[in-house]
Write a protein that binds this ligand. Structure first.
Ligand code: AHM
Ligand code: MG
Length: 355
């Protein structure tokens, strides 16, 4: 169409329109596209992701101002069910997830690293058959120095009525997850998710208040140069882990990267390949990371990206927990690198069996 007074052409060229379209895929639209359906289930999943994104925006907003606001940082003076000191931001983030799901009709239960028992929203339960499992603010030791932290989430269908509130149906393998992801609070805020159709990453555009598609169908390389582990624990590990680390020290092509916050460390490996390890120690064979809130959601993502996650002897997604807050060793990343770490564990087991 031409403006008759100025002679200007108002037609948007096709490629410009496509560029605009590509640049502006929002999270909710993407979820519906992935599900290829407008069924009530698809609408629910899309609405769930939108609520999680809202929690991410609220937490990101608080984090960007945390150094300026009185009482945002520091400890509460209490310890959580894991026996760890709780930070004010942990509680804020935990409560944000609860409040965004209240009156949503979507989620009946929320189970979090910060709460001993699942939190029920009874008014949602007749219609909301989903449980949200989450680590509201992972890596919170990074908070005091303004380094990256993250939120991790996983969604499961609620099975049974759970009338006694024991949440026994959550004691099933990670294969029961129907969605998982994380929000990374870094130089920009990113939301990475999977609903079983690949792994997709979104960047928060603060001026729009929207998560905009950044990378679709992320694939982790079969091998990568990075190994990411807290080597300060070297003498706490058993021989297999020490032998693996000695191996990477002696071979070209490896580089260490460790930020002390799983979401950021995992995010790098998701894109660039390599392996993240949080093994058990001789004293604490299960390691530090929690199966339901940390290891299983990340395992779901890495499998969707073509990688692997293992305890060292079993796929993480096959582990059936005995309790809600169970911990597992975690070896996660590129298929070849995870398999190499496992080979050291197998070799150690073989030697031990011979003795
Ligand atoms: P948190 O959930 O209490 O923050 O602990 C989990 C964090 C992970 O983000 C990170 O990978 C790990 O603890 C780091 O532990 P460490 O300081 O022992 O290396
Ligand atoms: Mg955590």
């Amino acid at each position: 169409m031409v403006n008759t007074q100025t002679g200007e052409d108002f037609h948007i060229r096709l490629e410009d329109a496509q560029a605009l379209d590509r640049d502006c895929t929002t999270l909710s639209r993407h979820v519906l596209q992935q599900l290829q359906s407008f069924s009530p289930d698809a609408q629910d999943i899309s609405a769930l992701m939108t609520r999680i994104a809202l929690a991410g925006k609220l937490i990101a907003r608080r984090l960007t101002r945390a150094g300026l606001v009185e009482n945002a940082l520091g400890f509460t003076g209490t310890v959580n069910v894991q026996g760890e000191s709780v930070k004010k931001m942990d509680i804020y983030a935990n409560d944000v997830f609860i409040s965004v799901f209240k009156q949503s009709g979507l989620v009946c239960r929320l189970a979090s690293e910060e709460m001993e028992k699942p939190y029920y929203i009874p008014e949602n339960c007749p219609i909301g058959r989903y449980t949200l499992l989450y680590d509201p603010l992972d890596g919170s030791s990074n908070l005091d120095t303004n380094l990256n932290v993250g939120s991790i989430f996983s969604i499961r269908q609620q099975e049974g009525n759970d009338e006694d509130g024991s949440a026994k149906d959550l004691l099933q393998s990670g294969r029961k997850q129907i969605a998982a992801g994380y929000i990374l609070y870094g130089p920009s805020t990113m939301l990475v998710y999977s609903i079983g159709t690949g792994v997709h990453a979104f960047t928060l555009d603060p001026s729009l208040g929207e998560f905009i598609l950044a990378n679709e169908n992320i694939k982790t390389p079969a091998h990568g140069p990075i190994y990411s582990v807290n080597e300060g624990n070297f003498w706490q590990w058993d021989d297999s882990m020490r032998d693996y680390i000695r191996y990477v020290h002696r071979h070209d092509g490896y580089t260490a990267r460790y930020g002390g916050a799983l979401v950021g460390d995992f995010h790098r490996i998701l894109y660039q390949g390599g392996v993240f390890l949080y093994p058990g120690t001789v004293k604490k064979a299960e390691g530090k990371l929690r199966l339901l809130y940390e290891s299983a959601p990340m395992a779901y993502l890495i499998e969707q990206a073509g990688g692997r996650a293992s305890t060292g002897t079993q796929e993480i997604l096959d582990v059936v927990p005995e309790e809600l807050h169970q911990r597992t060793p975690l070896i996660i990343g590129s298929t070849e690198d995870v398999t190499l770490v496992e080979s050291f564990i197998k070799e150690q087991a073989r030697i031990s069996n011979q003795k």
